[in-house]
Design a protein around this ligand. Structure first.
Ligand code: CA
Length: 150
């Protein structure tokens, strides 16, 4: 498994369960990558279709294979409600280097509870590139499609 950093663009979600009876839910996301956890801002009162458009950076080390997003509803009086989670496997990202914003299923109790849109990019750690990896083209982020035809 490669080392480096991943950048997570948290775009928004759709179809979240509205657990608040009187108001729209206030969704936020806990992003976890192994022991690292980060938290998005609260999309206050945005209900089941929140938008965040926030970016997070995680350091990836040996054995990191997924990013877990837990979607929560912030409540002021009671505990925050858990709305569901999305587990994003990172293997495709390590191969592609860059994944455009994609919708991932949000599940709770093994049931579909909406979707969350996330874009990902991976920057490999260059200090310890093995000779095997060096033979491959760098998965650095392309500014333009590399095979663009004029
Ligand atoms: Ca709430």
């Amino acid at each position: 498994m490669p080392e480096g950093t991943i950048q997570v663009l948290l775009v928004g979600a759709k179809g979240l369960e509205n657990t608040d009876f009187f108001n729209n839910i206030d969704p936020f996301v806990l992003l976890a990558c192994r022991s690292q956890e980060q938290r998005s801002s609260v999309a206050s009162g945005q209900g089941s279709e929140p938008e965040w458009n926030e970016t997070f950076v995680f350091t990836i080390s040996e054995g990191t294979s997924e990013l877990v997003l837990k979607i929560m509803d912030q409540d002021t009086i009671t505990d925050d409600d858990y709305l569901g989670k999305a587990s994003i496997p990172l293997e495709p990202l390590f191969i592609e280097g860059n994944l455009p914003a994609t919708a991932y299923n949000v599940v709770k109790d093994e049931e579909y509870r909406g979707e969350i849109r996330v874009g990902l990019s991976f920057t490999p750690e260059c200090k310890y590139v093995s000779s095997k990896d060096r033979a491959k083209p760098s998965p650095a982020l392309p500014e333009k499609p590399p095979d663009k035809l004029e």
